[in-house]
Design a protein around this ligand. Structure first.
Ligand code: ADP
Ligand code: MG
Length: 339
């Protein structure tokens, strides 16, 4: 066992914890210390003699890590005063072939969190997913994985894609219903979604159900629809007076905002990509609805806080495909899968 010295700034927190746990250094077969049990899977479980606060415990994690020569990122309360020390397990690479088999059919798998658990996206939290990150950070790759997941669940014709012609055609080989590049085409897609919205709304009312999923249960053969817009500020940022696409973009924003607020219950979803993590260019009517966010290249704590709207991890190392996902709970570091 590698024993390292505890950094000075963590010493006090560790001492408090160790006193609470009555730890002392005696080794036996399955006990590292009297109150730390090593499981068969080489996981470390702390058995506390009495209640200790999670907060205090978390502060001592780094210190425990240096004692055991491992990196701990969190704690899982196993009940009965037993705490599992969660180890850092972010893989270098997550090939799509490593997709776990037990992901429910309508959940989308996107990669792996630091504790080794799968990153799962569910649109029930919000009908809009926003993915921000500098060029080359992994947005397009993530979209390709997500589209593959959607395709497996519903078929490729539930997918429409918009990308700016300038950015090249990353999606030209992507099976989908339609790929568009011009503002008027994007507007046509949104107008179509709006008419679908109206139709579905009527029938949902008539059937006396709450949403499209319940309508499906009653035998209506609806599928969801996903509109992916890469580099979305091209089409969704507020136009200025005098812009030649002023009217079109104004209308796009109106429909996009409406669907961001109401799309979920009729099964109409938007997937938006942007290079601008401050998202200042996007209309607040849309931003206010976004509960599903992924951020790449979040270099500083300030950047990350501004994007997620709360204190959050940041990844200073700028590794491709390593980002932060806020998918219904607090933001967490993950590695995106590689298609
Ligand atoms: N999850 C990932 N794991 C490993 N490498 C990745 C991952 N995502 C992206 N990359 C690498 O980074 C490059 C740029 O990624 P891309 O998705 O095109 O970025 P963006 O769309 O943000 O500009 C890809 O060609 C790929 O080699
Ligand atoms: Mg891209």
């Amino acid at each position: 066992m590698v024993v390292k010295s505890i950094p000075n700034h963590l010493l006090e927190q560790c001492l408090v914890l160790f006193r609470a746990l009555s730890l002392y250094s005696v080794e036996s077969e399955s006990y590292m210390f009297p109150n730390i049990v090593r499981s068969k899977q080489n996981e470390l479980v702390v058995v506390a003699p009495y209640s200790i606060s999670r907060e205090k415990f978390e502060k001592a994690l780094d210190g425990l890590g240096s004692i055991f020569g491992r990196k701990f990122i969190g704690l899982e309360d196993l009940g009965n005063h037993r705490w599992l020390l969660q180890e850092y397990k972010l893989p270098e690479l997550v090939p799509y072939s490593s997709r776990p088999a037990n992901i429910p059919v309508e959940d989308y798998w996107l990669g792996t969190y630091e504790d080794g658990s799968p990153v799962v996206l569910r649109f029930e939290h919000s009908p809009v997913l926003l993915v921000a990150g500098a060029s080359g950070s992994g947005k397009t790759e993530l979209f390709k994985v997500l589209l593959r997941e959607i395709e497996q669940a519903w078929g490729s014709d539930v997918i429409t894609i918009a990308e700016g012609a300038k950015a090249g055609n990353d999606f030209r080989h992507q099976p989908c219903k339609k790929l568009v590049t011009e503002t008027d085409e994007v507007l046509a897609v949104y107008e179509h979604m709006l008419s679908l919205y109206e139709k579905r709304k009527q029938l949902i009312k008539k059937l006396d159900v709450d949403n499209w999923l319940q309508a499906r249960e009653k035998g209506v053969e609806w599928r969801p629809h996903y509109f992916l817009i890469d580099e979305c500020p091209l089409f969704l940022s507020a136009p200025k007076k005098g812009d030649d696409d002023f009217n079109e973009r104004t209308r796009i924003i109106k429909i996009a905002s409406h669907l961001a607020a109401r799309g979920r219950y009729v099964g109409l979803f938007q997937i938006l990509g942007t290079q601008d993590p401050s998202s200042t260019g996007l209309p607040s009517d849309i931003m206010n609805q976004v509960r599903l966010k992924i951020g790449y290249s979040m270099r500083t704590a300030e950047m990350s806080r501004a994007y997620f709207g709360q204190a959050s991890a940041h990844a200073a190392d700028l590794v491709r495909g390593k980002g932060i996902a806020m998918l219904g709970s607090e933001p967490r570091i993950f590695r995106g899968a590689l298609n």
